[in-house]
Design a protein around this ligand. Sequence first.
Ligand code: KG4
Ligand code: ZN
Length: 340
Amino acid sequence: MKRERAHVAVVLGIETSCDDTAAAVLRDGVIRSSVVSSQDAIHGSFGGVVPELASREHLRNILPVIAEALGRADVSLREVDAIAVTRGPGLLGSLLVGLSVAKGIALGQGVPLVAVNHLEGHLLSALIERDVRFPFLALLVSGGHTSLYLARSLGEYRCVGRTVDDAVGEAFDKAAKILGLGYPGGRAIDLLARGGDPAAVRFPRARIKQRPYDFSFSGFKTAVRQHVTAGPAAPLADVAASLQEALVDVLVQAALGAAMEYEVPRLVVAGGVSANSRLRDRLTAEGTSQGVEVAFPSPRLCTDNAAMIAYAGWRRIVQDGDDRLDVEAEAQLPLEGPCA
Ligand code: KG4
Ligand code: ZN
């Protein structure tokens, strides 16, 4: 049975679903601090996240990161009204670190705990800094997810499209690996592409017949590898700009197509790939010309962070109340609807 909390002002958010250890403090929905300790340097040499290393690093970092977030916000643990923490989806060992620490603090301080779906955190991240009214369409594009949701109200999300194989962030990362740009490589491609010709190489725009809002990116890395190995390859910046254009084309077409079909003139874009400058420019321009208002989180809120978890937790606890302390981590936690 959920308890309603009339006034929850200060929320401490904790996020450890993958390879970033993050904590943030919000006061009345406004970010007071947001600290992210990245593990990119540790996993980079393996070309992907190593789950055992990730949970070990979370254990090492979590308490200092929380202390830093409280310190930067000039808030003591005693002033915290509620703890918001990611319960899934993500790597189980990583999730358990954040959830266990959150439960310990909630129990020790006698404050409520709210367990947040990481995807809902991303989905609401554009709402932290600007006013976006429900209903809206949400394009969630990250290293693990590529989905389109119809968000009717807080907590009421319907999946209207998703990838059938790789996530678009994975496509960026695998292409970057082939081009020798390191891991994760989405940002490196974005930067390199600024000096390149997006029409230099024609990479495939895979679509699924009669499923206009679903995606498939698993063949993409093969096309990039073929171009690079068949030689002579185009200059690196042109390859980066061209492959980025192909991925962005597919996302723009699906997202704006869905906005039209569902007659929802608002689109929110979230997740790590929403930091991509070409995606931001094209969706803003093409959305405007088609009468769709497009909202992005600011770049620091696009990739994994705890401010979005604190915000989603704050909205949820105000609307629905808190969760029991025996709430469990769930690696495959869906965001409602059949195809999360
Ligand atoms: O949301 P996120 O931090 O973690 C997941 O939950 O997956 O997203 C990480 C993904 C990575 O694949 C990374 O390469 C991609 O976001 N990414 C970008 C950019 N910045 C991060 N992809 C394209 N352009 C960017 N500027
Ligand atoms: Zn994420």
